[in-house]
Design a binder for this molecule. Structure first.
Ligand code: ADP
Length: 402
């Protein structure tokens, strides 16, 4: 079965084409600057990357360009676009209504629209991608895979904020969580690696990329998570602050005269590693600057690692047990000093890092703790696109059974 996976942002379309007989990637790419001048398609197939200047005024035209490229006689990988048997869409927010990957119908489209106010930067472009794919591949089942779905199992004590009940009932103010597809993928992989069934596995999974989040997983199900109503809550991120006292917002409005929009932009785009270091939102740059003696960059690394360790400690306390801590995402998969520092900060709960193992596990599965570490820490590279492709295959197969 050939499955096409689409991830639409406001000005981009990321895609991967899978052959699900062996889960191989036939082609992948990124169309940038959709709706702007100078759109560029970066298309990779047969181990070659092609950069093609195109005119993509909107997502519908953009998707058509990508589909045409997939059947292009020279750089394409399909003879006919009808070889595609399912399209999987990444959708950020399914609200409280959606708990698993779903065939897209009118009701699902309504849910995506209803939740657009909770994910204004993501749900509208996700929907634009769905509409574009539905018109270009009208006979092919379209499946929505929601970032929030894996976190739909959070119990009320984890998802409710201690604010007036009406805020939840009328405005749906609660913790939703994000990166669910990544947390689910590493949970399934971890169960395989640890030789347990998913239902028996207890984990702390940390997705440390540009955005960072952590999930407490009990018996294969998410029971707590660090991101909240929006992805701003929780860990320190590339440009997001993560947890702060909410009173900082009123204080800065009143004493510095900042507008709500300015504070919103500052906490989402100018804080985190960038805000603390004054150097960059990119961990690599912070590590380099710290090596050269930049104390702000060193502090950014320390605040980042400390916050991760603090959340791990909290999740360790609420889980019924912890078979492993999993790190993934760009920083989790690559950043040796940060992984090492987090493990060192966890010595009180018996984590013992192994520096040699840490150096070996780069962008691949690997244990980075010593054999006598009380809790093992594993690196598991995430693969959200493959998770979306698998869900799409499963939903399409179920349709055939019905
Ligand atoms: P996104 O959340 O946008 O998908 P990624 O998961 O790619 O982002 O993570 C981006 C982060 O990963 C950046 O902070 C970057 O510095 C870090 N990163 C990527 N590669 C490396 C590397 N080789 N060494 C250290 N950090 C890395």
């Amino acid at each position: 079965m050939i499955v096409f996976v689409v991830n639409c942002g406001s000005s981009s379309i990321k895609y991967q084409l899978f052959d699900m007989t062996d889960e191989s990637v036939l082609a992948r790419g990124l169309l940038e600057r959709v709706g702007q001048s100078g759109s560029v398609l970066h298309h990779r197939s047969n181990e070659t990357t092609h950069e093609i200047e195109v005119d993509a005024p909107n997502h519908t035209v953009g998707l058509k360009i990508i589909l045409d490229t997939l059947v292009d006689p020279k750089i394409g990988v399909l003879k006919n676009i009808e070889e595609i048997e399912g399209v999987g869409h990444r959708v950020v927010h399914g609200g409280e209504q959606i708990r698993e990957s779903t065939l897209i119908d009118e009701n699902v489209i309504k849910v995506i629209k209803d939740n657009a106010s909770l994910a204004p930067l993501h749900n509208p472009p996700n929907l634009a991608g769905i509409e574009a794919a539905m018109s270009a591949l009208s006979n092919v089942p379209q499946v929505a895979v929601f970032d929030t779905a894996f976190l739909a199992t959070l119990p009320p004590r984890a998802y409710r904020y201690a604010v007036p009940r009406q805020w939840y009932e009328k405005y749906r103010v609660r913790r939703y969580g994000f990166h669910g597809t990544s947390h689910r993928y590493v949970t399934l992989r971890a169960a395989e690696i640890l030789g347990k069934s998913v239902e028996e596995v207890n984990l702390i999974t940390a997705h440390l990329g540009n955005g960072c989040s952590m999930t407490a997983v009990a018996g294969g199900k998410a029971i707590d998570h660090s991101m909240g109503l929006t992805p701003l809550e929780g860990l320190v991120m590339g440009t997001r602050s993560g947890d702060i006292d909410p009173a900082v917002i009123f204080y800065m409005a009143r004493t510095a005269g900042m507008s709500l929009d300015e504070i919103d932009t500052t906490l989402n785009k100018k804080s985190g590693l960038l805000g603390l270091s004054g150097v960059s939102n990119d961990m690599r740059d912070c590590v380099e600057a710290a090596k050269k003696g930049n104390t702000d960059a060193a502090l950014a690394m320390e605040v980042f690692s400390y916050r991760v360790a603090k959340y791990i400690g909290a999740y360790f306390a609420i889980l019924p047990g912890c078979d492993a801590i999993i790190m993934t995402g760009g920083i989790g998969e690559n950043s040796l000093p940060i992984r090492l520092r987090i493990c060192q900060l966890l010595s009180n709960i018996g984590v013992i890092p192994d520096e040699k193992r840490n150096e070996e596990a780069i962008r691949k599965v690997g244990l980075i703790t010593a054999d006598d570490s009380k809790i093992p820490v594993w690196i598991i590279p995430t693969n959200e696109e493959l998770m979306i492709a698998r869900d799409t295959r499963d939903v399409v197969k179920q349709m055939a059974v019905k």
